[in-house]
Design a protein around this ligand. Structure first.
Ligand code: ATP
Length: 457
């Protein structure tokens, strides 16, 4: 496995620039100078993110008997977050530099950038004068009511609404332990140093599972979930060889956790966390049972045992996974033509299931009405099932390249053969061009939809 400290800033720069140029990700409020640590997904980014969330949901909720979905509110009662410990303790230790006026996470000094030149990092320049660490709460607060008398918070994680609704979900569904509740949604943290593009943002999406179980099963299920999650990343195109499992040692885990694995990915800016898989024991249900003063125990009909379920939590970052997908897919391939001339092809090698656009559809000649009509018909028949893109601008080679750059796995071209101008057996066939191999094959128009459906889900 690669050295954990290797970084490739030049590659990252190219990725960020491609994301903006092709409409994956823009800085929020860019027109007005930009909002730090907040991002908007453009047309292609929105498709990519949706594909990831849909796939996660399908694998986690739809295809399992033991996990139910929910969609909790973002606005969260103060009492919920008092009980969970967030109001009192959800903070990062921060230090201020009196010289450059920067503020940095005390546990992250070596990777932060100090504004004081030529200092490489804060605390290491002779000019840096750091204060003692102070705790900064990461929660974003808002107010309700005519005079704003009631405090609410934008949730810092999706998990709390799951714990708070655990009993309602249990009572309203015929389900037994062990079972999970899954949720995808926005979370907010007032990160002091948002950085590395979308990696550390102030508004982000999480994909979380709270898996409730008997206390005897917690450790085993934590290991099982780790494997399930690693397979998930492999399926979406992030190979196991690029993932690092950090088994957090005793003393470094949250005090209530008996086991925590961080799943980390080799980003171009270093090996960083994608997901945490934590065995949280009965801490969460315990604090809410106490805080609300209402019993949250589970009664096992078979054993006649009454107990507070334990929880295993695989908590993944949606935006971080999107970023990992883009970083993993990004490739620059040097091609040499017959004359020996070299050319660089930029290609995003997304798995078809993740690709924002599944098929590019081109008439070879924009001026040929029959080709255009057939290409438009193909577009209409396919777009009920998948995201397609019609393009008739410029040379077909250029159109292929434009689709390569955004990761479209297949392109369909309608040409003179399709019209039957070069023999009856080619009539009603089109060319399918493969993004990765650049090979082309001929296929009947009628066969396109089933062929594609098999490959793009
Ligand atoms: P970090 O140590 O990087 O701050 P964390 O350990 O605090 O992350 P958790 O509270 O365990 O993160 O949240 C679960 C997941 O949510 C993380 O693994 C990550 O993918 C995502 N996440 C957390 N904070 C952010 C953020 N500021 N921006 C984007 N994603 C985030």
């Amino acid at each position: 496995m690669a050295n954990k400290d290797v970084t490739d800033p030049a590659r990252m720069e190219k990725i960020v620039s491609l994301c903006k140029r092709r409409g994956f990700i823009f800085q929020a409020g860019e027109l007005y100078g930009g909002l730090n640590g907040v991002w908007d997904y453009g047309p292609l980014g929105a498709e990519l993110k949706r594909n990831l969330k849909d796939y996660w949901w399908r694998k986690t909720v739809q295809e399992r008997d033991d996990v139910l979905g929910m969609d909790g509110s973002i606005l969260t009662m103060e009492q919920v977050l008092v009980s969970s410990g967030h109001v009192g303790g959800f903070s990062d230790p921060m230090v201020d530099c009196k010289t450059c006026k920067g503020r940095f996470r005390a546990d992250n000094l070596e990777t932060s950038q100090c504004k004081e030149k030529p200092s490489v990092c804060p605390g290491q320049s002779p000019k840096c004068e750091l204060t003692e660490p102070r705790q900064f709460n990461l929660m974003l607060q808002t107010n309700f009511g005519a005079t704003g008398e009631q405090i609410a918070y934008l949730r810092p994680e999706t998990a709390q609404s799951i714990f708070v609704q655990y009993k309602n979900v249990l009572d309203s569904n015929r389900i037994k332990l062990p079972f999970g509740i899954a949720q995808v949604g926005k979370s907010f943290r007032n990160e002091i140093n948002p950085r590395n593009f979308t990696f550390r943002s102030r508004e982000f999406e999480q994909m979380e599972i709270e898996y409730f179980c008997h206390p005897d099963d917690g450790l085993r299920l934590t290991d099982e979930w780790l494997e399930t999650r690693l397979s998930f990343y492999e399926e979406i195109g992030i190979p196991r060889t690029k993932l690092h499992i950090n088994d957090i040692p005793d003393g470094e885990r949250a005090f209530y956790s008996k086991k925590t694995y961080d799943i980390e990915y080799e980003f171009p800016f270093g090996v960083q966390e994608l997901e945490g898989v934590a065995y949280r024991t009965d801490y969460d249900l315990g604090v809410h049972q106490k805080g609300a003063g209402k019993p949250l125990e589970y009664f096992d009909e078979e054993t006649k045992q009454k107990f507070l379920p334990h929880v295993v939590e695989p908590s993944a970052g949606c935006d971080r996974t999107v970023l990992a997908l883009i970083c993993e897919a990004f490739d620059e391939e040097t091609l040499t033509d017959e004359k020996g001339k070299e050319d660089v092809r930029t290609v995003l090698r997304f798995k078809p299931a993740m690709a924002p656009i599944k098929v590019g559809i081109f008439p070879l000649l924009k001026k040929n009405e029959e080709q255009v009509r057939i290409a438009r018909d193909i577009q209409k028949s396919l777009q009920k099932w998948m995201t397609v893109f019609y393009d008739d601008g410029g040379a077909v080679g250029r159109r292929y390249r434009r689709q390569d750059e955004v990761g479209t796995p297949f392109c369909v071209t309608v040409d003179f053969d399709t019209l039957g101008e070069n023999g009856a057996e080619l009539k009603d066939t089109v060319t399918i061009r493969h993004r990765d191999s650049m090979e082309q094959e001929r296929m009947k128009i009628d066969a396109l939809l089933p062929w594609l459906l098999e490959r793009v889900r």
